[in-house]
Design a protein around this ligand. Structure first.
Ligand SMILES: NC(=O)c1ccc[n+]([C@@H]2O[C@H](COP(=O)([O-])OP(=O)(O)OC[C@H]3O[C@@H](n4cnc5c(N)ncnc54)[C@H](O)[C@@H]3O)[C@@H](O)[C@H]2O)c1
Length: 345
């Protein structure tokens, strides 16, 4: 396979980043990873190298410091950047707003400054469906009004505004905001996957930890939403499909300067109990659960209108809920304590 461009992937050791680095390497790109390992393990990069036979240049550093980024742009022929590095826990962002604004916005400033100085102008940004707040219409199109109800969501909204202004400042920039819905699952090999520290904030890792015996039961937050079974409905997307969406965005934006925004989801809504049932079906494991009080700020349902990504990027999700559950369980059962297992060998 002929080598395509060198792409700097910030946060490339993390959950979505690692799957995207793997996908880039498999599609002939040369991914270069920057990560401060604040929420990840170098083991993910080692396993990507093992799966692809590629050598992945890795820099352990904090993206908020432009002076640490400059040398990489001299050393490597970087032609584009995919920016995953950020803090992502909504609840924690309410407790530590300054840390979130600082990490997520300063990281963005620092990268854009360094890219500008080195004349690199291809940028793909990890945004989130959280920017839609409590959307009035589902499925949610990219044109829906945006708002944020917590500091994490604000950092994504502010980043999108900054990126819009940057794209307008000079004609060479090509910038894509990818608004992810709910990434779940793992690479089908079971070698890389989601490795949350502490109590998982998201549904699927919570379910897999119950299945593996780390937690006694699942807490379902609220069963009186106006949905088909009363539990919250979300658009779960397999992380491998999401990773492919990044490559599709990179390829599209190369010839399309300006700023672009796409939803990445499946377009299908599944309730918490739908996911529990799909998981039980796919794995044969039973998931005990208890209904507890709804969390303030959680919306009843959110799922994507994916027609723009399908028409323009020629990308759409291929995996369904059963495969998401199968692969999440494959990862968790092979790595009951995530990458920690490899560290203790
Ligand atoms: N997982 C989701 O549900 C979800 C949904 C929508 C958007 N996103 C966004 O996608 C991106 C990736 O999310 P993820 O789930 O892979 O999270 P993750 O925590 O697994 O990955 C983020 C990575 O960035 C690194 N990092 C954080 N701050 C850094 C810094 N200042 N310098 C260098 N490295 C730094 C962490 O060590 C980690 O490896 C984030 O921007 C997140 O906000 C995630």
């Amino acid at each position: 396979m002929t080598k395509k461009e060198s792409i700097l992937v910030t946060g490339g050791a993390g959950y979505i980043g690692s799957h995207t680095v793997l996908e880039l390497a498999q599609q002939g790109y040369n991914p270069i990873v920057v990560d401060n390992l604040s929420n990840s393990s170098l083991e993910s990069i080692r396993r990507i190298e093992e799966l692809t036979d590629a050598t992945i240049p890795f820099y352990e550093l904090d993206v908020v410091h432009p002076e640490s980024l400059h040398p990489i742009f001299y050393e490597q022929p970087i032609e584009g950047v995919i920016h995953f590095a950020a803090f992502k826990a909504v609840g924690e962002s309410v407790e530590k707003p300054l840390a979130y604004y600082q990490n997520n916005l300063e990281g963005l400033f620092s990268l854009l400054q360094v890219m500008d100085q080195h004349d690199v102008s291809q940028f793909v940004f990890s945004s989130s469906c959280t920017v839609y707040g409590d959307a009035e219409v589902v499925p949610i199109p990219e044109t829906a009004p945006v708002s944020a109800v917590n500091p994490y969501g604000q950092t994504k909204l502010m980043s999108e505004i900054i990126l819009r202004d940057v794209a307008q400042s000079r004609s060479g920039w090509s910038i894509t905001n990818l608004r992810y819905f709910n990434p779940v699952g793992a690479h089908p090999s079971g070698r890389i996957g989601e490795d949350p520290s502490g109590i998982p904030n998201n549904l699927m890792p919570y379910i897999t930890q119950v299945a593996v015996g780390t937690r006694p039961f699942l807490r379902v937050f609220g069963d009186t939403y106006p949905t088909h079974d009363g539990t919250g409905v979300r658009d779960y997307i397999h992380v491998v499909d999401l990773a492919k969406g990044h490559v599709a965005a990179l390829e599209y934006q190369k010839a399309k300067p300006g700023v672009h925004t796409f939803n990445l989801g499946t377009g299908k809504g599944s309730s918490v109990l739908d996911v529990v049932k799909a998981f039980e079906r796919a794995t044969g494991k039973s998931i005990p659960y208890e209904i507890v009080e709804a969390r303030p700020g959680d919306v009843a349902e959110a799922y994507a209108d994916t027609s723009k990504a399908s028409t323009i990027l020629h990308w759409s999700a291929e995996f369904g809920l059963d495969e998401m559950c199968r692969d999440a369980w494959n990862w968790q059962s092979k790595n009951p304590h995530g990458y920690e297992d490899a560290r203790s060998v």
